[in-house]
Structures are given as structure tokens and as C-alpha cells.
Design a protein around this ligand. Structure first.
Ligand SMILES: N[C@@H](CCC(=O)N[C@@H](CS)C(=O)NCC(=O)O)C(=O)O
Length: 59
């Protein structure tokens, strides 16, 4: 299932969340906070949130 990764205090995150809900796209919300962790940079090279985990990579 699509995973929306970010944190709810961010309107960047909430904007994507609202779009997914309005389009009726099933997703799971995964809370991720901004950091310089290698794990985050591996998924979001610029360290930006939110990002989506899809079955075919990340957006
Ligand atoms: N929509 C822009 C901006 C997103 C954005 O700046 N998100 C903040 C969180 S609200 C962030 O990731 N900050 C961490 C950073 O800039 O290092 C993008 O995705 O490039």
C-alpha cells in the first residue's frame, strides 16, 4: 500500500494527505520527522518531507 511519510504539523504533508483522501487512494501514514539521518537521505536525498513510498520507488 502507498505510504505517505511525513509529519502532521506540516502543511506540505497535509496537502498531499487531503489530495489522497479526496481521490479515494488508499494509503498508510508513516510519521517521519526532518533529520540529517542517512536513512532519511536514502529515501529523500534532499531531506525533504513529505515523500511517498510506492511499490515502484519513492516520490
Ligand atoms: N514542497 C517542498 C518543500 C517541503 C518542505 O520544505 N518540507 C519541510 C517540512 S514542512 C522539510 O522537509 N524540511 C526539512 C529540510 O528542508 O531540511 C519539497 O518537497 O521540496
Amino acid at each position: 500500500m502507498l505510504q505517505l511519510c511525513g509529519f502532521p504539523a506540516s502543511n506540505y504533508h497535509n496537502k498531499v494527505k487531503v489530495a489522497l483522501i479526496e481521490k479515494g487512494i488508499a494509503f498508510e501514514e508513516v510519521i517521519v520527522y526532518p533529520s540529517r539521518d542517512d536513512a532519511l537521505r536514502g529515501e529523500s536525498p534532499m531531506g525533504k518531507l513529505p515523500f511517498l513510498r510506492t511499490g515502484r520507488g519513492r516520490v
